[in-house]
Design a protein around this ligand. Sequence first.
Ligand code: DAH
Length: 341
Amino acid sequence: MKEMLQQLRRVAVDAILNAADAECLEALRIQYLGKKGELTKLLKMMGKLDPSERPAMGQLANQVRAEVENAIAKRRAEVEQMLLQARLESETVDVTLPGTEQKVGHEHPMYIVLDEIKDIFIGMGFEVLDGPEVEQSDYNFTKLNTDEGHPAREWSDTFYLTEDSSILLRTQTSPMQIRAMEEKPLPIRMLAPGRVYRKDEVDATHSPMFHQIEGMVIDKGITMADLKGTLNAVMKKLYGEDTVTRFRPHHFPFTEPSCEMDVQCHKCGGRGCPTCKGEGWIEVLGAGMVHPKVLEGCGIDTSVYSGYAFGMGLERLAMRRFKISDLRLIFENDVRFLEQF
Ligand code: DAH
């Protein structure tokens, strides 16, 4: 009996020390210490022993049970530690591996130019306004002194949204002049950039959607000299101190007198080259003194107040600024193009 207990202890402890994981340990526990386990079987044989031997054997049996239990507990702790170690190793992050590249967008060249222009005008005390792209014909045309029958109102040029031609996609940002005069207290110094729409086929210089920047000043004693002085200063800030400009007479229904402003070609210095199409000058905006009819239509007393207005094409400014040759590049949003600015 004594040998059998000692044998059991040796074999069991040996097996336990070699157990690979928690399941093996549990199986061994059941095999040796369970209700039908080997130690129990040995204990059942106690009855056959001489009563004088029983206390010593009982003691030994308890000792064996305790040792086997200790071995299991010790090995269990070891196995858990090994498992943790293995997990830590398999889950380590190699901080030296290259990361996944995050594509960061890029500010659009047209908005870079728009921000510069806004900054310049804000510095001169102008307020930046935003207005609707879906507009009433009244604001886009009528209140801007553009009568029924004017060619600009043609269905072939304008995206009308209603059969009666009363609602349209604005063809210019000039309706913002009316909205400002109707809503703002005088004096007004405003800049209104935004999208405009015309039925044009897409090519290198045309798009059915493009951007304009409208500007207007209404105050006491405003003259053409204010218009010229302000716009000259803006062009110098935008294109450099040596920028040369000229004003040509023109016609717009909502200004009187009206003009267009040209900037001398930066490429050829006015001699004529492919960039300016041989002209020596590049047209940058339309402008003029706000027509008295327009002012009066908005309830402004023309014996006290006068004003000037201008409208420029943003794409054209951006193209000139960054030497972009084709308008379509501005709208395609090819990252390889956008990244260059
Ligand atoms: N709205 C005109 C256009 O689209 C541009 C323009 C001309 C705006 C004269 C003005 C202006 O404010 O005074 O061609």
